[in-house]
Design a protein around this ligand. Structure first.
Ligand code: B3K
Ligand code: ZN
Length: 865
C-alpha cells in the first residue's frame, strides 16, 4: 500500500497569471423562481453585452443543470446553443442580446449545501464561491457584476417569508394558497453575493439610523422557537454599523438589512448583499445556552459579515486569487471592532493563539500557500487560515508601517477609487501608496511568499559604554513550489526594560527588518536592558531570541505591553516543555514561580491572568519539534500541569474563591472572572485533589450560565470520577432538543485528555444524535477529535482510519466538509516514523478511492506530493 503510486489529480489547476477579462458582461438579470423542495423551477433572463472586440461565444457556467429551454432574443434557436460539459455555450452575432434559460433543481436533494438547498424546512442559498452555477446558467466569476431582479413564488403556508437581496418591491397572494415576492437590488454585484430564503421564519426587528439620518430596517430571521436568542445578534449588528461609520467612514447603503439563521451551513456565515445568511451558531445566544466565547463569536461574525458590505460587496474581488483582498482586510476590521468592544489585550492574545493554532502549521506543511495564491484546483479549499488570518496580519502590518492616519487615508482612497468594481490586492496596495507616498515594493512579498519567517534576535550589552546592540536575522523557510525566498520587510515593535528598575529604559520603537541581517543600536543605558520584542505581535513571525529563562520570567512580571508580557510567559513555558520532551527532565520551578507571580498580582485583571497562566497546547509544543511524539509531549505537559496544580494549590483556590460570585452578567469584568474561575478549576483538578470532582460538579450544577456549566463539564470530562458520567447525562437530558448545545456535549468528550478518548469518539459516532449531514455536528465531534493531538494520534485508538473513513463517507454528500478534515492527516511528515507511516497509508487509501471530489482529491494529493 505504502509503495502504491500516488494517483495524479485528474483536475486542471487554474493559474493566477491566466486571468482574462470576461468575454461577455451581464448588466441585468431577472430571476423568476418557483420554489419547491423537490422541484424548483428557475427562469433566468440575462441581458448580455459583448465585452471588447472578439467573436467568442457566450459561455454560461452550470453545475448539474439541464437546460430544458433556451431562447435568444425571444426565439428558440436550437442550433445556436450547445452543452460543453456542464456549461451552456451560445454563439451570438452582434453585441447585445437577451438570453432566457429555464432549469429545474431539487433543493431537498442538495447535500453539498452549495446553491439552493433545504435546511430544517427552510430553503436557502449559498453561492460563494461557485454555487450560483448550481441554480442557473451564468458567467460565474466575481468580475461580472449585474443588477438583480428576483421574483419568488411558493406555497404560503409552508414558506410564509420570502427574502432576497435589495429592496422589497412587491408581494401578494396567488390562487391555490400560493404567494410571491419581488425584490430588486440596485447595486450591481457578482453572482456569489446572490441570496434567497423561503421559510416559516419570524424576525427580531430593529432600526438603525445612519449618520446621514437614514433609517435602516434591520431583521434577524429565525425559527419561531429561537426568537428569544436574537437580542445579542441585534445589538452586535447595530454596534457594527455605528463602528464602521466611526472608524472607516462607511455607511450602510440599502434601506433593509436582513440576517437569516440556518442550522445546516458549511462555514460561519455569508455576506450576501443586504441578506446575510448565517450558521445559527453565530446568531443564537442566551446565557443558558451560549458561553462568553460564543457571545464574542456571534458579535465578531456579525461584524465581519456586515463589514463585507464595503470590503467585499461595494468593492469586490476581480478573481478568486484576490480572496484575501476582502477576507484578510475584513478579518482585520472585525478584530479591531472586537478589540474596541472589550479588552484589546485579551483579544490580541486570542487572535494570535488562533493564528498559531491554525495558520502556522498550514504555512509549515504541504498545503502552504501565499495569501494571494498562484494556482488552485478547487477554490473552496482556499478559504484558509492563511487567506483569512495571515491576510489580516498583513493588513495589520500595513497599518503599523503607515500609521493610523495614513492607513485610513489609504482605505478611503481604495473605497472611493474602486467602488462598484472588482479589484485586486495590487489595487489595494497602490491605493495605500498613492494616499501616503510610501513605497511598498518590498512589502508586496507578503502577498507572494508563503511560509512563516523566522527571526533571530540577539542583544549584546556593553555595560561600561552604556550601549547595546540588537542583531536581527531573518530566514523565510522553503514552501511547496517556492524553494528560495527573498527577505521580507518585518515590522517589529521593540522596547527595552531595565533589569534592576523593572522600568522601561527605551520607549517602544518600530524597527523594520528588511534585509537578511539588521542591527539596532541603543545608548545611554544605565542598567542591563532586557529585550521586549514583537510587542503586540507586530509581525506574524517565529522568534528565536537569546533571552534566558530568567529574562523571560522578568518580562512576564514587568513588561508594559500586555501581549509581550503574555508572550514572555508562553516562551518560558515552551522553552521548559520543549526541553523536557527532548531531555526527559524538566525543572518546573521557573514556570511555577512565574505563574505564581502572575496569579497573585493584584494589578492584573482576571481575563489577562486566565490567558497568561495557560500552558501552550500540546499541538503548539509539537510545532517546535522535529518529529512529533504526542505521548511524550502529553506526559511532559501533564506533569507540569499537575505540579502547577499541587504547588500553587492555595493560589488556585484563592483565585477560584475570588471569582466565585455566580450572578450572570455579560461585561468584560464578569467574563474575565468566569474565565479565570474555570482555568483555576482545571488546575485544581489537575492536582488530583480529592474534592476537585465535587467542586467541578457543584459549579456545573449551580451555574446560572453556560460558560460556568460548560467549563465545569470540560474539566470533569478529562477525569474518571463518577461525577463525570452524571454531569454528561444531566447535560444531555437538559439540552437534548437544542442542537447547538448538544454539539458542546459531543465536543467536551472529543476534546477529553483521557486515554480512552479515541474509543469514546468512535462510539459517539454511532450515537443517534450524531449525523454526518450536519456540518456543525461533524465539526463538534470529528473536527474536535482531529485537533486533540494525543487522542487523534493514539496509535491503538485507530483515529487515522476513523477520520479517513469519515472523509470518504462525507465526501459523497458534502465535499467541502470532507476536505476540511484532510489537513489533520496531511501533516504526516511532522510525526515520528510509526505515526507518519500510518497517516500516510490512510491518505493513500483515500486517493485510491474512485469518485473522489475535486476538493478532497486536491487536498490529499498535495499532502502526499
Ligand atoms: N465569504 C464567506 C465565506 C464563503 C466560503 C465559501 N467556501 C464568509 C466570510 O468569510 O465572511
Ligand atoms: Zn469574510
Amino acid at each position: 500500500m505504502l509503495d502504491a503510486p500516488i494517483a495524479a489529480t485528474p483536475h486542471a489547476a487554474i493559474q493566477r497569471g491566466d486571468y482574462l477579462p470576461p468575454d461577455w458582461l451581464v448588466p441585468e438579470i431577472a430571476l423568476d423562481v418557483t420554489l419547491d423542495p423537490a422541484r424548483t423551477h428557475v427562469r433566468a433572463r440575462l441581458t448580455v453585452r459583448r465585452n471588447g472586440t472578439h467573436n467568442r461565444p457566450l459561455r454560461l457556467d452550470g453545475d448539474g443543470l439541464n437546460a430544458f429551454a433556451v431562447t435568444i432574443d425571444g426565439e428558440e434557436l436550437h442550433d445556436a446553443w450547445r452543452m460543453d460539459g456542464p456549461a451552456l455555450v451560445i454563439d451570438l452575432a452582434g453585441d447585445d442580446h437577451l438570453i432566457e434559460t429555464e432549469v429545474e433543481i431539487a433543493p431537498s436533494l442538495n447535500s453539498a449545501l452549495m446553491g439552493l438547498y433545504e435546511s430544517g424546512g427552510i430553503l436557502c442559498t449559498q453561492c460563494e464561491a461557485e454555487g450560483f452555477r448550481r441554480i442557473t446558467f451564468f458567467p460565474d466569476r466575481p468580475d461580472v457584476l449585474s443588477r438583480y431582479t428576483v421574483r419568488m413564488e411558493a406555497d404560503k403556508a409552508r414558506y410564509p417569508v420570502l427574502l432576497a437581496n435589495g429592496d422589497a418591491m412587491d408581494a401578494g397572494d396567488l390562487p391555490a394558497g400560493r404567494h410571491y415576492a419581488l425584490w430588486r437590488d440596485p447595486f450591481p454585484k457578482p453572482c456569489y453575493l446572490f441570496a434567497m430564503v423561503a421559510g416559516d421564519l419570524v424576525a427580531n426587528h430593529g432600526i438603525f439610523t445612519t449618520r446621514s439620518g437614514r433609517d435602516i430596517a434591520l431583521g434577524i430571521w429565525v425559527r419561531p422557537e429561537d426568537l428569544a436568542k436574537t437580542d445579542h445578534a441585534m445589538q452586535s449588528l447595530k454596534a457594527s454599523m455605528a463602528w464602521d461609520e466611526r472608524v472607516y467612514g462607511r455607511e450602510y447603503d440599502l434601506a433593509i438589512f436582513n440576517i437569516v439563521a440556518v442550522s445546516d451551513f458549511n462555514f460561519g456565515a455569508m455576506e450576501n448583499k443586504g441578506l446575510n445568511i448565517f450558521n445559527s451558531r453565530y446568531v443564537l445566544a442566551d446565557a443558558d445556552t451560549a458561553t462568553d466565547a460564543d457571545f464574542d463569536a456571534v458579535a465578531g461574525v456579525i461584524a465581519h459579515e456586515y463589514f463585507h458590505n464595503w470590503s467585499g460587496n461595494r468593492v469586490t474581488c476581480r478573481d478568486w486569487f484576490q480572496l484575501s483582498l476582502k477576507e484578510g482586510f475584513t478579518v482585520f476590521r472585525d478584530q479591531q471592532f472586537s478589540a474596541d468592544q472589550g479588552s484589546a489585550a485579551v483579544k490580541r492574545i486570542e487572535d494570535v493563539r488562533a493564528l498559531r493554532a491554525a495558520q502556522f502549521p498550514e504555512d509549515a506543511g504541504p498545503l502552504a500557500h501565499p495569501i494571494r495564491p498562484e494556482a488552485y484546483i478547487e477554490i473552496s479549499n482556499f478559504y484558509t487560515a492563511t487567506i483569512y488570518n495571515k491576510g489580516a496580519e498583513v493588513i495589520r502590518m500595513l497599518r503599523a508601517l503607515l500609521g493610523a492616519d495614513g492607513f485610513r487615508a489609504g482605505t478611503d482612497l481604495y473605497f472611493e477609487r474602486h467602488d462598484g468594481h472588482a479589484a485586486t490586492c495590487e489595487d489595494f496596495i497602490v491605493a495605500m501608496e498613492d494616499a501616503t507616498g510610501a513605497d511598498l515594493a518590498q512589502f508586496r512579498l507578503w502577498y507572494s511568499q508563503a511560509g512563516t519567517p523566522r527571526v533571530t534576535a540577539a542583544l549584546d550589552y556593553d555595560a561600561p559604554g552604556g550601549r547595546a546592540r540588537l542583531t536581527l536575522t531573518q530566514t523565510v523557510p522553503p514552501t511547496p513550489g517556492q524553494p528560495d525566498k527573498a527577505p521580507m520587510p518585518i515590522p517589529l515593535k521593540v522596547a527595552l526594560l531595565g533589569e534592576r528598575s523593572g522600568q522601561s529604559i527605551h520607549a517602544e520603537q518600530l524597527v523594520t527588518l528588511d534585509a537578511e541581517v539588521g542591527e539596532v543600536l541603543f545608548d545611554g543605558l544605565t542598567e542591563r536592558p532586557v529585550l521586549s520584542i514583537n510587542r503586540g505581535f507586530s509581525a506574524p513571525i517565529m522568534l528565536d531570541s537569546d533571552r534566558s529563562a530568567a529574562d523571560l520570567a522578568f518580562l512576564s512580571a514587568h513588561d508594559d505591553d500586555p501581549f509581550a508580557r503574555y508572550e514572555a510567559m508562553q516562551q518560558l513555558m515552551l522553552q521548559s516543555l520543549v526541553g523536557g520532551v527532548a531531555t526527559g527532565t524538566i525543572d518546573h520551578a521557573p514556570v511555577i514561580d512565574a505563574v505564581r507571580r502572575t496569579l497573585t498580582d493584584p494589578t492584573l485583571d482576571a481575563a489577562f491572568i486566565a490567558e497568561a497562566v495557560l500552558l501552550p497546547s500540546e499541538a503548539m509544543i509539537g510545532d517546535q519539534l522535529g518529529a512529533v511524539d504526542p505521548d511524550a509531549i502529553h506526559h511532559v505537559r501533564e506533569a507540569l500541569r499537575v505540579d502547577l496544580g499541587r504547588t500553587l494549590d492555595h493560589a488556585w483556590r484563592d483565585a477560584y474563591a475570588r471569582t466565585h460570585a455566580n450572578r450572570y452578567d455579560y461585561t468584560p469584568l464578569a467574563k474575565g472572572m468566569r474565565r479565570l474561575r474555570t482555568v483555576a478549576l482545571g488546575f485544581i483538578a489537575a492536582s488530583g485533589a480529592d474534592d476537585a470532582a465535587r467542586l467541578a460538579f457543584d459549579q456545573f450544577a449551580q451555574a446560572d450560565n453556560m460558560t460556568d456549566r460548560q467549563g465545569a463539564l470540560g474539566v470533569l470530562a478529562n477525569g474518571t470520577a463518577p461525577e463525570r458520567e452524571r454531569a454528561l447525562a444531566d447535560f444531555y437530558a437538559r439540552y437534548r432538543d437544542d442542537p447547538l448545545v448538544i454539539d458542546k456535549w459531543f465536543s467536551a468528550q472529543a476534546l477529553s485528555t483521557r486515554a480512552d478518548t479515541a474509543t469514546q469518539v468512535a462510539a459517539l459516532s454511532r450515537h443517534p444524535d450524531f449525523t454526518i449531514a450536519n456540518p456543525n455536528r461533524m465539526r463538534a465531534l470529528i473536527g474536535a477529535f482531529a485537533v486533540n493531538q494525543r487522542a487523534f494520534h493514539d496509535l491503538a485508538g485507530g483515529g487515522y482510519a476513523f477520520v479517513a473513513d469519515m472523509i470518504l463517507a462525507v465526501d459523497r454528500r458534502n465535499p467541502q466538509t470532507a476536505a476540511r478534515l484532510v489537513p489533520a492527516l496531511g501533516r504526516w511528515r511532522r510525526f515520528e516514523p510509526a505515526r507518519s507511516a500510518a497517516m500516510r497509508a490512510e491518505l493513500e487509501r483515500i486517493i485510491a478511492t474512485p469518485g473522489l471530489s475535486k476538493d478532497v482529491c486536491e487536498q490529499v494529493s498535495k499532502s502526499l506530493g
